[in-house]
Design a protein around this ligand. Sequence first.
Ligand code: NAI
Length: 247
Amino acid sequence: MRLEGKVAIVTGAGRGLGKGIAKKLAEEGAKVVIADMGSTQEAVDEIKAVGGEASAFSVNVSEEEEMIALVRYAVDTYGTLDIMVNNAGINRDGMLHKMTKENWDLVIAVDLTGCFYGTREAMKYMREKNYGRIINISSGSWLGNLGQANYAAAKAGVVGLTKTAAREGARKGVTCNAICPGFIETDMTLKLKEVKDGAAWDSMMSRIPMGYAGKPSDVGNMVAFLASDEAAYITAEVINVGGGMIV
Ligand code: NAI
């Protein structure tokens, strides 16, 4: 129970990676706000079923006022905010020469601007109390990936944002780190099983040195560590959780 008494927000926690992260934080004793624009009930119920504390907040991370309201909700409901996990993200893949401006704007708005709002609002609050942990979910794709110009640009932006927030928050007791998941089994990636009768999925597996996709809990374990007191001197880092896939 490394996070006993702590209060966390996890965006995009209704399913997938975010849900895995929220469950791990709750398991370690944190009270968690499940923030998502989609369904949140399942995640809340799963946490409560094992004795954890969670509540739901409906939010579109690309809407500034809604993100301001999200941080206010956590503080009003649980009295404080210690851990902010900016996880919500989408992809709209396509080769650059065919990429529409609409798909560019959408991915930047959710994956980068949403992360900016979450990081800024958390930072405002955490600076005042001289304590905080901000954890941003980037992606191994930030280094560049075929068909992901919009996503790679957003996720590289998340790294720059994270490193700057880390420097600005350091004297105020606020750490900020980014995690780059490799290939984790969620709705976002399971779509690949339908491409070329599963050949696309198999090809992806062959690129992972460990030979299999990660689980949301693999990322949750890293988030819990970075959120804990054990990670007090770790900030501005970009940490891969990818079974050796990102080198
Ligand atoms: P997912 O598609 O399974 O779940 C994403 C969640 O975010 C959903 O619950 C969805 O409702 C929510 N969401 C989407 N747009 C939102 C918005 N505008 N406002 C609020 N909530 C919103 O995706 P997954 O795989 O769980 O991904 C989570 C994060 O991890 C994303 O940032 C993604 O880019 C990143 N990631 C995932 C990898 C993977 O292998 N699954 C690899 C690298 C990074």
